[in-house]
Design a protein around this ligand. Structure first.
Ligand SMILES: [Zn+2]
Length: 117
């Protein structure tokens, strides 16, 4: 099973970095995870957010955010619409399910013909 993280929303903000005080170097990103094997794809509901400074190359954690960054964060959190969480079967799994249903129906029909007719 492989797990991959994909970006659902990313935006550069105009606030100053609390570490290096550079302007226009901060980027908010929102990520969501997907687990996948050969039978199905599972999208997880949890959304991870990250504020990264391209100037000092560091992640800025919420403890060092000021109220302006928090306000911008709330705005971008509203803009990031996560994918619906849940399972999606692959074609291989759908075929296996179809063959299973046909097998059960055939067995039922055979039993009916053999014993109750
Ligand atoms: Zn910085």
């Amino acid at each position: 099973m492989t797990q991959k993280e994909f970006t659902i929303h990313s935006a550069q903000i105009n606030n100053h970095c609390p570490n290096c005080f550079a302007a226009k170097s901060l980027t908010f990103s929102f990520f969501q995870n997907q687990k996948e094997n050969s039978w199905y794809v599972q999208t997880l509901a949890k959304v991870r957010d990250e504020l990264f400074c391209t100037q000092c190359k560091e992640i800025i954690y919420p403890s060092s955010w000021d109220e302006h960054i928090e306000r911008v964060f709330a705005y971008h959190k509203k803009l990031s619409v996560p994918k619906k969480a849940g399972y999606r079967m692959k074609v291989k799994a759908l075929w296996a399910l179809l063959i299973l249903i046909i097998s059960i129906a055939a067995l039922g029909l055979w039993t009916w013909i053999r014993y109750w007719r």
